[in-house]
Design a protein around this ligand. Structure first.
Ligand SMILES: [Zn+2]
Length: 384
């Protein structure tokens, strides 16, 4: 098992949903997810990003990446090969898939992505791939009944099972797609466990409340007396969480997922929580290989985020942070003292920079921030 620490820092105001345990007397109409924490007989409710939300975001971003970007677009790549799989289907399978794909595509007619649904299986499958991406052999869309991987052994309805079997034949998947193999799916256990991401810096976080006016959808004017308040997390809050990868050989794949998410977040293409289209929820993600500085009452200092085995250690002597996470996880955060570790920043275009401490590293990263780069460390906390 490998432990991977991650830190999500909000760059704009953020609202994350309330799934999970929630209890608060002074609540707003729309509240933020919080976890209870007891310190010296006092109860606190600490804002957090639920494990489910973070996992969902990571999955959806990576699904799209495999389906669309990594597989290139239609013309010019060899991906049209997948269309040839139609030949492997018998009459019954063709009919089943055609009926179901037509239904799936109707949704896209309503949203204006296509004008009308095609008239035969070749046409509709091509339409589907053009909208959802040609990397269909690599990733399913877990939100689609038709497309998502499922444990076939658990499907009781025979017609549904036949449809799924035909779908596997058509898409060229081997039972599970590359994402479900790692994260699991309906009836299949995944190999990655996620903790909640908890706001550790500043601590405690002062939540803000914003009052909105409800707008009448038809007249476009304010509805009399319809105000609602919303609890929001300010910008600049650092949420700490951990991923436990149960199968070591999958660690690299999980790191790739995190890198894709980090990159999308950097470009502002994804957000966490609600109201993303209004600019809420932009963030910066820090992943293993990077150094983080925390400066709050419960968590202070510079830490290298390292991939490690779960480790016992001294991290938890009387510390509040250990009420939030297992000690064996926290030990994947290694305190960095100046001079003991050298960071090497390698830019895509070939240049290399060396930094001897966190300050220098920050300067280097500022210099290369518009390019693609990777950071390696040399010294006590080798990440390789
Ligand atoms: Zn899948």
């Amino acid at each position: 098992m490998k432990i991977l620490p991650v830190v999500l820092e909000t760059l704009s105001i953020t609202r994350v949903g309330t799934t999970g345990v929630y209890f608060d007397y002074s609540s707003a109409d729309l509240v933020t997810y919080k976890i209870p924490l007891q310190i010296n007989d006092e109860n606190y409710y600490i804002p957090a990003i639920s494990a489910t939300s973070f996992k969902g975001l990571l999955r959806s971003v990576y699904e799209r990446y495999l389906r669309k970007e990594k597989s290139g677009n239609v013309s010019g790549s060899g991906n049209q090969k997948v269309l040839e799989n139609i030949k492997n289907l018998n009459y019954e399978e063709r009919t089943l898939i055609f009926e179901n794909l037509k239904e799936e595509l109707e949704k896209y007619v309503y949203s204006g992505l296509i004008d009308k649904v095609g008239e035969n299986l070749e046409e509709v499958f091509k339409q589907y791939l053009e909208i959802t991406g040609y990397g269909i052999d690599k990733a399913c869309y877990v939100t689609s009944d038709l497309d998502r991987c499922e444990n076939l052994a658990l499907i009781e309805d025979e017609k549904k099972r036949k449809l799924k079997e035909a779908w596997i034949k058509l898409t060229g998947r081997k039972n599970l797609c590359e994402v479900c193999k790692v994260l699991g799916t309906s009836g299949v256990r995944g190999f990655v466990k996620f903790t909640d991401l908890v706001a550790v810096d500043p601590f405690p976080v002062l939540l803000e409340r914003i009052t909105h006016v409800a707008i009448n959808r038809i007249t476009g004017t304010a509805e009399k007396g319809k105000l609602f308040t919303e609890e929001i997390i300010p910008a600049g809050v650092k949420f700490l969480g951990f991923l436990a990868v149960l199968e070591d050989s999958l660690t690299e794949r999980v790191i790739e997922m995190l890198k894709v998410l980090r990159e999308k977040a950097r470009k502002g293409e994804v957000w966490i929580g609600g109201r993303g289209s209004s600019g809420y929820g932009t963030f910066r993600l820090y992943i293993p290989g990077e150094v983080m500085e925390f400066n709050s009452v419960i968590f202070k200092g510079k830490f290298a985020l390292n991939i490690s085995e779960p480790r016992e250690g001294l991290a938890c002597e009387r510390k509040i942070i250990c009420k939030l996470f297992p000690e064996t996880f926290i030990n994947s955060l290694n305190p960095v003292t100046e001079g003991e570790v050298t960071f090497i920043v390698r830019v895509e275009t070939g240049e290399e920079y060396e930094a001897k401490n966190g300050e220098e590293l920050k300067e280097v990263l500022d210099k290369v921030k518009d390019k693609k780069y990777e950071i390696k460390t040399r010294g006590v906390w080798s990440l390789l």
